[in-house]
Design a protein around this ligand. Sequence first.
Ligand SMILES: [Zn+2]
Length: 262
Amino acid sequence: MRTPAAASVDRLTIFDGGEAHVTDISQWSPGVNVGKSAVFSNNAYLIAHGDDYMLWDCGLDDSMIDIAGGKVMAHDVRGIVTKTLASQFDEIGISPDQVTHIDFSHAHFDHVGNSRYFPRATWYVQRLEYDAMFGPNTSQLGFLPELYNTMRQNPMKLLNGKHDVFGDGSVVIHATPGYTPGHQSLLVRLANHWPVVLSGDVAHFHKNFCCRRVPLFNFDKPKSVESINYVDKLVLDERAELWINHDMAQSATLAHAPRWID
Ligand SMILES: [Zn+2]
């Protein structure tokens, strides 16, 4: 149900967080499109709220811009960076130091690559994800701790489910576990635009969302399907737009930095 008289954020800016090139998309849609290659978009999102800035996901590691042709990181995914996150912050005249809140949909390399830029930001993380990030099974989960080790020193809020970040209903974290142990999604309310649900990797592209397809590498399949259902209901209840981070076709239709929506 919609929060009564919920506030809205000032701006939502989308950054280009690199691309992921995959040789066999059926890893994400078992049995479908076997052997077909694909390119995934990979975005980071900056939310302006009064004097605060909140970053949701932070793309592939900027240092990959120096690697011609990119690099295979995990799950046979080749990450390619053509524009650094730092340069995009510069372009809109905001310093990473101004980011006061940070949050990741989950801890895979394409979502946490530049986390080291934001040591002052308060980090909102599901306890289940935190425990997995610093637990014994990181490689099984496809996590690369060297990309996020500095986050241990950030101010931190451990979550066990839903959380209203600014206390005014404008930005609400929703637990959507399954793909990883503590995966989460974000509802953002805007003044002049439908609310937006940033669903992280609940699904990697629209067809998978609609067909309830779950990737081969996945922490908990039933929970993943439950989370797709949860996000579907959230989108309907809030009359929101669903933004799927890795859906290249959708991403190409959205205004990226230096533009924004409000
Ligand atoms: Zn991803």
